[in-house]
Design a protein around this ligand. Structure first.
Ligand code: C2E
Ligand code: CA
Ligand code: CA
Ligand code: CA
Length: 278
């Protein structure tokens, strides 16, 4: 889907010659997708750099459109944010992921934590914690199995308010991860006060790691600082063996990226987990 001018979106499907939709159509389609359960989580492994084993996963929403095929979140999350549809979408993702974790447990697979992305709008909801508690209880899940990824800009926007929300979520037993670290403005004083478990180095630093000494220096500094604060560090968007070697040399704990696996449907993720058990 490409944005055409102000109000027109175009599903970019060469076979169909492109299907032009205005914003309202697009919103209607997204609403229908939500009702028809076309929005599903794909899962990308988080891998321990030292052992090469899968130690977690990130759930990433995909729109399985009956005609168009799989639509990436970059094509509809901005509109969902704008219209507020991100709230029911985020909620549905949460329930689907909780149920999936439970199903994997029952199948005897390794009990790894799975992360969901929380949008700015969700984070601002007064009853966010209760909503998450309900999803966890409905699936009978150990809260420690669920991780929330919150972006740096989201929590720094109202850092004082965020500390309270984060505390409440941590007290429930959830894992918290600071996403896209390095892309926004971070007050390092707050970083110390945020009760988070993990920090994710943004892909933009990882992509130039092997060619740009500045990015390599930043990555090394972020790893050292995170460890001082007792945080686990995850590098996102690792595509090459060279990047992985550099991250390993700098003591980075985990990585995600196409080098290991793209985000895949639940059935395929399950296969990756089983392969890892052998
Ligand atoms: P993000 O949370 O930073 O997710 C990481 C993105 O990097 C994902 O894109 C993932 O597929 C991609 N990625 C992973 N490894 C590599 C790699 O090696 N190379 C490259 N080039 N890319 C890699 P995706 O799935 O298209 O999601 C894009 C963004 O959409 C996410 O960025 C997140 O901000 C948002 N998003 C996705 N799912 C959800 C969701 O369920 N809720 C909310 N609120 N936002 C979501
Ligand atoms: Ca994320
Ligand atoms: Ca990220
Ligand atoms: Ca990112």
């Amino acid at each position: 889907v490409k944005e055409h001018g102000r109000n027109s979106y175009r599903f970019f499907l060469p076979e169909m010659g492109g299907m032009a939709l205005d914003k309202l159509d697009m919103e209607g389609n997204l609403r229908r997708a939500l009702e028809n359960d076309e929005l599903v989580p794909y899962y990308q492994p988080k891998v321990n750099i030292a052992t090469g084993r899968i130690v977690g996963a990130e759930a990433l929403v995909r729109w399985r459109h009956p005609k168009i095929g799989v639509v990436s979140p970059n094509e509809f999350i901005p509109l969902a944010e704008e219209t507020g549809l991100i709230l029911p979408i985020g909620e549905q993702m949460l329930y689907q992921v909780c149920r999936q974790i439970r199903a994997w447990d029952e199948a005897g697979l390794p009990r790894i934590p799975v992360a969901v992305n929380i949008s700015a709008r969700q984070f601002r909801q007064d009853d966010l914690a209760q909503r998450i508690r309900r999803a966890i209880e409905e699936s009978g899940l150990d809260p420690a199995r669920l991780e929330l990824e919150l972006t740096e800009s989201m929590v720094m926007h109202d850092a004082d308010g965020a500390v309270g929300t984060l505390r409440e979520l941590r007290l429930m037993g959830l894992q918290l991860s600071l996403d896209d670290f390095g892309t926004g403005y971070s007050n390092l004083t707050y970083l110390k006060r945020f009760p988070i478990n993990t920090l994710k180095i943004d892909r933009s630093f990882v992509s130039d790691l092997t060619t740009n000494p500045d990015d390599a220096a930043i990555a090394a500094a972020v790893v050292a600082m995170s460890h001082q604060l007792g945080l686990t560090v995850v590098a996102e968007g690792v595509e090459s063996e060279e990047q992985l070697q550099l991250l390993a040399a700098n003591g980075c704990d985990q990585y995600q990226g196409f080098l290991f696996s793209r985000p895949v449907p639940a059935e395929d993720f399950e296969k990756l987990l089983r392969r890892d058990l052998e």
